[in-house]
Design a protein around this ligand. Structure first.
Ligand code: ATP
Length: 639
């Protein structure tokens, strides 16, 4: 203090006030440091009693926990929350929490529909970065939800802490959440899409399961596929014992709108598997990205490669005439797609990702294509594609089946006429469980069967797509009888429309072809004109150089021996001397040469002349040896 006084006194300052301020700063700082140290020590002490589990949004347990939490009253009673209309978990179910909002005026609306829109449920979600306490099985759980990548706007994580001696309570919690989640998600199929930017899978939604009976295929096809998939999923040990990679591939090929995708969806529901979809022609897809994606596919799932034939063509059109027929580009070594969107995918890359060392095991690979003839044999060979199923246009049998799927029947007192061994899709659908808003007349089972037969009779075999039939039935879903009466007319209309579209397409293609030809012709002409100009310039330059090189010759003494290069050039070119005199010497005279042949001849001569001149000029520049008179030089001199 005395020292401080000594410093400040010559400056005439009031040392008392400064001393007091400094004292305050020192005391305040000490107190704050002590407080922080004690808080941190206390937190450390408390944390040492807590078990903490972290759950990240990219993994399933996060969804289980979020789903479970959404059902907890304490979670719903949070005092700090965000309000969302988005589904809480991946199962797409907006859970009922104690804080859910319901508009009483909308309660009356049937089936959750308000003016055609589905009524949105509003959920209360505890806000991010707040800690909530929930009582669970005799323990207090401290739960915090945080954003992991705030800059990117996604990626939450969950932290659950509990005071306990071991982690049994956390295990119980996770298992309970999983059970509840799976029970609620039982009727849904989860779809994941490949994200080529980050090389990861993104959850895309959960769809209602589609009953197998709603898919109408030739008898036995569905059963065969289902049995094969089930058998595969149960045979892991069998495969391991024999050293066979535990994978199975199914190639579904055939016409568009024949039920390939629908069948896969339906199988996924039946087998309780999620679907991982890759579009090989998507932007940014490369060998590396595909390998990374394949390595991250879970062991029990359906991996779906859609439109396999489009992978190496990037053709937008899917019809038979579009680009994409097997070309050199589909050979194993050279099949690399390089586009200006930066996507590179090679066939060998695809094959490696499907069954290379990094490829996932235990998955069911389904590939669909409309053009099997375009596939490289390496891609569709057994081991990669073990089961092939061909999908055709609708048969009469399918037409009957799909009709029955559409119209529910009134239970009849008469015993059913259909034999029990019949395919499920050929049976009439029973009355829907949910109250329907459409006034569908209920016919007896016999009448529906009879109508279905008449409907099938009117449908030509293997001509119209099942999707097309579905469209027609959808239009008439409340008029089963009229639907059958009018079907013959509809078939005629369909044929006419198809013919019209075909004609329009042919015209469009012819027009496009003509335009392309005209464009190519124009480009060729432009190129030729450019080349002509360049040749003209080259000739003028050569002439200039020649005249330059000749001037020292006339100035110097008479040539003794021609320079070796010049000699060579003159001998090789002596046969061209005539054309040189015509076209090679005077650029202006070239305009008068009309025939292509003459032009070409002249061009060659000019090239040779240019070369010859270059050689001789080069020789002269190096050693000032006078150039020997060559026939061309003579000709030039003559002109
Ligand atoms: N065999 C079928 N049984 C029942 N519905 C079918 C059948 N085929 C097609 N559909 C209906 O037609 C629509 C299109 O079917 P889907 O997408 O499965 O055809 P796809 O063969 O995968 O066509 P694409 O090759 O164009 O992808 C769906 O709504 C589906 O319900």
């Amino acid at each position: 203090m005395d020292a401080l006084k000594n410093i400040l006194s010559p400056l005439g300052m009031n040392t008392g006030a400064i001393q007091d301020t400094l004292k305050l700063v020192v005391i305040g700082g000490t107190v704050e440091t002590a407080r922080r140290a004690s808080v941190s020590a206390w937190n450390g002490f408390v944390d040492s009693f807590f078990l903490t589990a972290h759950f990240s949004q990219e993994d399933y347990p996060y969804d289980w926990l979020m789903h479970w939490l959404a059902k907890q009253p304490a979670w719903g009673r949070s005092r700090e929350f965000e309000i969302t209309t988005r589904s809480v978990g991946r199962n797409g179910i907006t859970q009922k929490t104690t804080g859910d909002l319901e508009d009483e005026e909308e309660e009356e609306a049937d089936d959750g529909l308000v003016h055609g829109r589905r009524k949105r449920k509003v959920a209360f979600m505890p806000s991010l970065d707040t800690t909530h306490t929930i009582y669970y099985r005799g323990h207090w759980l401290r739960i915090t939800r945080t954003k992991r990548y705030p800059d990117y706007g996604h990626g939450s994580s969950l932290k659950i802490s509990v005071v306990a001696r071991n982690n049994d309570i956390l295990k119980k919690l996770v298992l309970e959440a999983k059970r509840e989640y799976e029970k609620d998600a039982e009727h849904r199929v989860h779809i994941f899409l490949a994200d080529t930017t980050y090389g990861c899978w993104r959850w895309n939604g959960a769809r209602q399961k589609r009953p197998m009976s709603s898919i109408v295929l030739q008898p036995g096809v569905k059963d065969m596929l289902l049995a094969d998939c089930k058998d595969f999923l149960q045979s892991e040990e069998w495969y391991a014992e024999r050293g066979i990679p535990f994978r199975r591939g199914y190639l579904l090929h055939g016409v568009p709108g024949s039920g390939k995708t629908s069948l896969i969806h339906s199988l996924a529901g039946e087998l309780g598997l999620d679907i991982y979809v890759v579009s090989l022609s998507s932007k940014g897809m490369s060998d590396n990205t595909l390998t990374t994606l394949m390595g991250h596919v879970p062991s029990r799932c359906i991996l779906l490669l859609e439109d396999l034939d489009a992978a190496f063509t990037r053709s937008v059109s899917r019809d038979a005439t579009s680009t994409g027929a097997p070309t050199a580009a589909t050979s194993k070594e050279s099949a690399t797609t390089e586009t200006n969107d930066g996507s590179t995918l090679s066939l060998s890359g695809l094959l490696n990702s499907l069954d290379g060392v990094a490829a996932a095991e235990g998955r069911l690979l389904f590939a669909t294509t409309n053009h099997i003839e375009r596939l490289d044999p390496a891609l569709s060979r057994p081991g990669r594609m073990d089961v092939w199923v061909n999908f055709t246009h609708a048969t009469k049998w399918q037409a009957e089946g799909i009709f029955k799927c559409f119209f529910p029947y009134k239970p009849s007192t008469v015993s059913p006429t259909t034999p029990s061994s019949e395919d499920a899709s050929q049976k009439n659908l029973p009355l829907p469980k949910r109250k329907s808003t459409h006034a569908i007349p209920l016919l007896t089972e016999e009448e529906i069967s009879e109508l279905a037969k008449r409907f099938a009779d009117a449908i030509p075999e293997d001509e119209l797509s099942v999707a097309g039939l579905q469209g027609y039935l959808l239009k008439n879903k409340t008029r089963p009888r009229e639907c059958v009466d009018e079907v013959a007319e509809w078939v005629i209309q369909e044929r006419e429309t198809r013919e019209k579209l075909k004609k329009e397409k042919a015209e469009r293609e012819a027009k496009e072809k003509k335009e392309a030809e005209e464009k190519a012709k124009k480009e060729k002409e432009e190129k030729e004109a450019k080349e002509k100009l360049e040749r003209k310039e080259a000739r003028a330059k050569a002439k200039k150089l020649a005249s330059k090189s000749e001037s020292p010759v006339s100035a110097s003494t008479a040539p003794t021996e021609p320079a070796p290069a010049a000699t060579e050039a003159s001998t090789t070119d002596s046969s061209n001397s005539e054309s040189e005199t015509t076209t090679g010497v005077d650029a202006d005279t070239e305009e008068s040469v009309t025939s292509e042949e003459e032009n070409d001849k002249g061009d060659d001569a000019v090239k040779e002349e240019g070369k010859e001149k270059w050689v001789s000029v080069k020789g002269q520049a190096a050693t000032p040896v006078p150039e020997a008179p060559t026939p061309s030089a003579d000709a030039e001199a003559a002109t």
